[in-house]
Design a protein around this ligand. Structure first.
Ligand code: TYM
Length: 336
């Protein structure tokens, strides 16, 4: 018998605010592709350009990064013909619902967001209102599609919890309107740390280039960055107190090879960091090479990229506009 149940939905997004890191890939993008392949979900994957202007952007670079990111989405295995891939700014419903949800989110809640506090520290000359209300726009992104599942890295967990609170609050006030989404945070790789300071997450905004691996880094740079990664003086591949650098490399290796942390400890028992780092580098290079090759092809094919993002926005808008109409009706706006 044909299954008439509508598919469950996924929404997630990545900001086009610079080149993607291995952290973005392992924590999020790779799971976007895997979940899409499972065929159980209708997947909405978005390039979060509205979010990216909460910090200063150079227009020309933003344009380039936005197109690069679409090519990278596809190079990492997302299927933009099966499910929509789109730019957030192409679907006005995001800004529309974002405003409504701004009015359902408390100042105190937004003040507690650790990412707001971090980014305010980093961009002290530009603590704008958008940076502050960003989590309600993110809630709008998710709730517009009545999403069941949201694949993200660990640093977005707090925003997801707020999204759930906002959805419940709206539903309790105006009757059932939004699906309350679940986060999907991978067990391994949800928080890849800086290679130079394993107390901080790997981030493209880190001023030290050796602290992160970019998906489009030349292969020899990747190998040299991993060789230079901070470890400790014990020369033993294991987890433990004071071994955060090694543990981070182990997580990367685990994410890249599928081996468990125990298996990795056994594999490198009695061997030094030189061997270990060479193996980590090789496993990462194996992931990056095919992605880079596909990216290099796709980025030349502007017509194809345009076709993907145009049809993506159309399909996304169809779903998102329905939610906005429903919300507007429930809150008491006169129908146009
Ligand atoms: P963004 O663009 O900062 O990061 C994109 C995704 O990458 C994950 N990530 C990491 N995972 C593991 N280790 C790391 N070092 C690491 N760094 C980043 C992030 O957790 C994220 O999943 N607000 C979002 C974008 C967004 C969004 C949404 C996400 C906008 N609307 C709706 C989900 C649903 C952001 O800034 O992610």
């Amino acid at each position: 018998m044909e299954n008439t149940q509508p598919k469950k939905r996924i929404l997630s997004g990545i900001q086009p605010s610079g080149a993607l890191t291995l952290g973005n890939y392992v924590g999020a993008l790779r799971n976007f592709a895997e979940l899409q392949k499972e065929n159980e979900y209708e997947c909405f994957y978005m390039i979060a350009d509205l979010h990216s202007i909460t910090v200063k952007q150079v227009p020309k670079e933003l344009r380039k990064n936005s197109l690069d990111l679409l090519a990278l989405f596809l190079a990492c295995g997302l299927d933009g013909e099966k499910d929509p891939i789109f730019y957030q700014s192409h679907v006005p419903a995001h800004a529309q619902l974002g405003w409504v949800l701004d009015c359902c989110t408390y100042f105190g809640e937004l003040s507690r967001m650790t990412q707001f506090k971090d980014k305010s520290r980093k961009h002290a000359d530009n603590i704008n209102a958008g940076l502050f209300t960003y989590p309600s726009l993110m809630a709008a992104d998710i709730l517009l599609y009545q999403s069941d599942l949201v694949p993200v890295g660990h640093d977005q967990k707090q925003h997801l919890e707020l999204t759930r609170d906002i959805a419940n609050r709206f539903n309790n006030t105006y009757s059932d309107t939004f699906k309350v989404p679940e986060p999907y945070i991978p067990k391994i790789g949800a928080k890849i740390m800086s290679l130079q300071n394993p107390a901080q997450k790997m981030s493209k905004s880190d001023p030290n280039e050796n602290s992160y691996i970019l998906l489009l880094d030349p292969i020899d740079r990747v190998v040299s960055k991993i060789k230079k990664a901070v470890t400790d003086s014990e020369a033993c591949v294991r987890r433990g107190e004071g071994k955060e650098g090694v543990e981070n490399l182990m997580s990367i290796y685990s994410a890249a090879t599928g081996k468990t942390m125990d298996e990795i400890e056994n594999e490198f028992a009695g061997r030094g960091y030189g061997d270990f780092k060479a193996a980590v580098a090789e496993s990462v290079v194996e992931i990056l090479k095919p992605i880079q090759a596909k990216y290099n092809d796709l980025i030349k094919n502007k017509d194809y990229l345009e076709k993907i993002y145009r049809s993506g926005a159309e399909r996304a808008a169809y779903v998102a506009n329905k939610t906005v109409s429903k919300v507007y009706r429930k809150i008491g706006f006169i129908q146009p």
